[in-house]
Design a protein around this ligand. Structure first.
Ligand SMILES: Cc1ncc(COP(=O)(O)O)c(C=O)c1O
Length: 348
């Protein structure tokens, strides 16, 4: 909503964007509808095929949604010529959305990013501020643990950053971003200057990355299939303020099933990573005989993702741990990039 609103104030007529799972694309489509902007969404091919209803949702709010890579941009055509069966990636969809904005000759189109950048994280920090208000109303001061799933880092940073300030000021809080073992940028990637997209159209960012050319395996958690991570979150990882974990999709679906059976809600496959992280923490606290307050971000519902649940329940899903040789191959595109300075400024 803020991105759409500020663009409208600036005299812009149309926004282009990428979407993985489709939640951001749906959100921006709705926001554009509210303020009267056109909206064009490049949705990662594999998610586009896995959840066709997302496209219809975006259409309800007046947006035009196409599968990425598409034939509409040079970046998309180049990838399709080389890899016609590619599942796509957020890095590819971002390239297409940027290209569509910068090549629009009217000058009235802008690109809008749904995660990673500082302003997106700032907008999302309302999540952590509201969580603090909820804790207060429940009679709790601060949590012992904060967990969120992390694709580009926006929902995680949204819940984590207000509590990160408490940690900097001396509170003892474990703050844990959870990523899939299929896309382990924080736990196994390099901390380097890298591009946010495959066609290298974004500025270089100091972040944990598997390399901008990395195309993750087509896991159901489409929103976590991103090669990089928000630079603010990465700096917190470097500083030891955030301690990332990677969890395999089988443990995540098991956690999602437990959650559905006990709480009655069906969570998104991305959110299941946060829930799996929470269950690990709760079990550990039990083993240690400690009572802990654990807060997490419930980033989305999974009612568009039931095919993933079907695959899990019918035994079609397998564990996926990204092989080391894939990482070495995908990080080759970082050759010649300046090394990011892994400077620690404090002790937390
Ligand atoms: C439900 C859900 N959670 C989390 C994410 C990950 O994005 P981010 O790391 O920006 O919060 C997505 C992205 O599509 C999503 O759909």
């Amino acid at each position: 909503m803020p991105q759409a609103w500020y663009n409208k104030q600036f005299g812009i007529k149309k926004l282009t964007t990428e979407t993985g799972a489709g939640q951001w694309g749906s959100a921006l489509a709705f926001a554009c509808q509210l303020v009267g902007l056109e909206c064009k969404v490049y949705m990662v091919r594999i998610s586009f095929d896995q959840k066709p209803f997302r496209k219809l949702m975006m259409q309800v709010w007046g947006a035009n949604c196409v599968a990425s890579p598409s034939n509409e941009t040079n970046a998309g055509r180049k990838i399709l010529a080389e890899f016609p069966d590619t599942p796509g990636s957020l890095g590819i969809a971002i390239s297409e959305a940027i290209e569509a904005a910068v090549t629009d000759t009217t000058g009235q189109t802008r690109y809008s990013l749904g995660s990673v950048l500082n302003h997106v994280l700032l907008h999302q920090s309302i999540i952590g501020l509201e969580a603090k208000a909820q804790l207060k109303s429940a009679g709790e001061k601060l949590p012992d643990v904060v967990v969120g799933c992390a694709g580009g880092g926006s929902n995680f940073a949204g819940i984590a950053m207000p509590f990160t300030l408490d940690k900097i000021n001396g509170a003892k809080i474990d703050i844990i971003p959870v990523e899939p073992t299929a896309c382990p940028k924080m736990t196994r990637g390099k901390f380097a200057y890298d591009y946010g997209d495959i066609a290298c159209m974004t500025p270089l960012m100091a972040m944990h990355t598997l390399g901008h050319a990395f195309v993750p395996a087509p896991i159901h958690a489409g929103g976590l299939r991103y090669h990089g991570m928000a630079p603010l979150v990465c700096q917190c990882v470097v500083e030891g303020l955030h301690t990332p974990q990677s969890i395999d999709q089988m443990e995540c679906y098991e956690a999602a099933m437990t959650w559905a059976k006990t709480e009655g809600f069906i969570c998104a496959p991305e959110t299941s990573h946060a829930i799996a992280g929470v269950i690990r923490q709760a079990k550990q606290a039990k083993e240690e005989g400690k009572e802990k307050v654990i807060v997490f971000s419930y980033s989305g519902h999974g009612l568009m993702d039931l095919m993933g649940y079907d695959a899990y329940m019918s035994g079609k899903l397998k564990p996926y741990y990204l092989p080391e040789e894939e990482i070495i191959k995908s990080e080759a595109c970082l050759a010649g990039h300046p090394q990011a300075p892994a400077r620690k400024s404090g002790k937390w």
